[in-house]
Write a protein that binds this ligand. Structure first.
Ligand code: AHR
Length: 519
């Protein structure tokens, strides 16, 4: 645990800082060179039947004293609407390959033991219709993970028919009898999960055989709202799996099958597996090493994307990073199978760095899902009975809303060096984009946990007449929000001063600033 040497509030207010600042870093945004669209789906979420991620976190039941709409908690819905969640991956994760959708529809639900996570009873009270209701309430799209591990092609095909049939088939009628005559939209359909591990320990050949069958026979029945099919991709920097999936896709023909995405799973785990370093109460070395670890996401994507480019130079297949985030030791005293962890300012910085990595590769990475949305791993929201608190990571997702569907624009700067022991990281990490609102949006992360960073930013080809921004900093890098102190880490408005169109900012230590330049 260590303190930054400067008061965040003094910095945010633009007051004199001690020690003296180094020379300002010049950041140049080239608005004349628009790049790829930063798909809003890189801000996707993931909700697995794991611990209290769904039960307690989303679903409290219609008779709960916790305010809810048809069993779904209202406070969580309001918070998620504010970050404009584009899609929610469900029901797993590893759990997906144990999930049988019929257990969770209709008047009678079949309780099962959750053999993936904690061996607890899953009542299946939250099933397909409740998931769709939840998505509707928060305004997000569906991303379902099919069970290819312990299910069958026919079971998955039936599930898709139940969800999407718009003609009077038996399963459309069953859905209507359950109160939902209109077809649901299923934007994304995942063909399995980590089939190289918890999803069945398959070889690449075994998986691609399954991918061909599920890809061919499991279909969306609603022609007006088709699903994009996402194959299981790699979970390490080994490219054998990627090669097999992409080669199989390349060799498809005629009426065989198709996929539009391939997943990549990569967690930030420092000091080896299983995750054992604490989420709070860490020192500067642990802060630095976790960020060093997370920055490996860029080269990892590049290595896998190079194989994809070989088979798919037109970038038809999206690389879907549908599990990412920090994974630490579970909160002391919590159920070890529930993967609960606190979320600190370090995680806010980590989230910004990863989103920036995805945005720079927006031509290939058009979708990502942080793990996981509520109460599990690097969560947006923590709940405990009726209590709810928003994490530092939540605030990053909120500050980045203007980057959803914005157009990436290049930004140049000298990243400098933050040195801790024998580790050197960049001091500054920045991205820029032109928002759908016509403004230039700039995100600036100061990785240095001890020194503020002065920035002079200018946008070529854009006349800025006003600037507004917010900074997410914290008293300490391991500061957290908890139920008694929900606003320890919360964004604060900054005075973004323009001098002849150029922006002058001081970035507090270990902080993330998002600022708009307005015409
Ligand atoms: O997010 C927790 C687990 O991590 C998921 O269930 C699995 O896919 C991954 O190994």
């Amino acid at each position: 645990m260590f303190r930054s040497t400067l008061s965040l509030l003094a910095l945010a207010a633009g007051l004199a800082a001690t020690p003296a600042l180094a020379a300002p870093v010049t950041v140049t945004v080239d608005a004349q060179k628009p790049g790829a669209r930063i798909d809003r789906h890189i801000f996707g979420q993931f909700a697995e039947h794991l611990g209290t991620g769904v039960y307690g976190g989303i679903w409290v039941g219609k008779d709960s004293p916790i305010p809810n709409t048809r069993g779904i908690r209202n406070d969580v819905v309001a918070a998620l609407k504010a970050i404009k969640v584009p899609d929610v991956r469900w029901p797993g994760g590893c759990y997906a390959d144990n999930y049988h959708w019929r257990d969770g529809v209709g008047a009678t639900r079949n309780a099962r033991v959750n053999t993936s996570w904690g061996g607890v009873i899953d009542s299946n009270a939250f099933g397909t219709d409740e998931y769709m209701d939840f998505l509707n309430q928060i305004g997000a799209e569906a991303y379902v993970s099919l069970n290819i591990g312990s299910g069958t092609v026919q079971e998955a095909a039936d599930w898709m028919e139940y969800m999407t049939a718009d003609q009077p088939t038996a399963l459309q009628k069953e859905r209507a009898a359950n109160g939902h005559p209109a077809p649901y939209k299923v934007a994304f359909m995942g063909i399995g999960n980590e089939s190289w591990d918890c999803g069945g320990l398959m070889t690449p050949q075994e998986y691609t055989d399954e991918m061909r069958r599920y890809g061919r026979f499991v279909n969306n029945f609603n022609a007006s709202a088709p699903s994009l099919k996402i194959a299981v991709g790699p979970g390490t920097d080994d490219t054998v799996w990627t090669d097999a999936v992409m080669k199989t896709w390349k060799e498809r023909h005629g009426w065989s099958f198709d996929i539009q995405g391939m997943s990549l799973h990569s967690y930030t785990v420092y000091d080896g597996w299983p995750p054992h370093v604490p989420a709070t109460g860490f020192d500067e070395k642990a802060y630095t090493q976790v960020l060093k670890e997370t920055l490996k996401m860029g080269p990892l994507i590049d290595k896998q994307a190079a194989v994809m480019d070989h088979y798919d130079p037109e970038k038809k297949i999206t690389l879907v990073v549908d599990e990412w985030g920090a994974w630490y030791a579970s909160t002391p005293g919590s159920h070890p199978g529930f993967l609960q962890q606190q979320n600190s300012q370090r995680d806010a910085v980590l989230a910004a760095l990863n989103i920036n990595i995805f945005a720079r590769r927006a031509d290939r990475v058009r979708m990502a899902n942080i793990a996981q949305m509520i109460n599990v791993l690097q969560a947006m929201i923590l709940t405990d009975g009726p209590k709810m608190v928003l994490t530092p990571t939540y605030h990053i997702f909120k500050m980045y809303v203007p980057f959803q569907d914005a157009t990436f624009i290049p930004v140049t700067y000298d990243a400098g060096a933050y040195v801790q022991g024998d580790t050197t990281l960049p001091r500054l990490d920045a991205i820029a984009a032109k928002g759908t609102d016509g403004k230039i949006w700039l995100s600036l992360t100061n990785l240095d946990p001890k020194q503020p960073l002065e920035v002079d930013a200018a946008a070529l080809g854009f006349k800025a007449s006003a600037a507004h921004g917010q900074t997410l900093g914290a008293p300490k890098v391991d500061s957290v929000n908890d139920f008694d102190h929900p606003d320890t880490v919360t964004p604060r408005a900054i005075s973004a001063k323009l001098d002849k169109g150029a922006l002058k900012l001081i970035l507090p230590p270990a902080s993330v600033t998002v600022v708009s330049l307005e015409p």
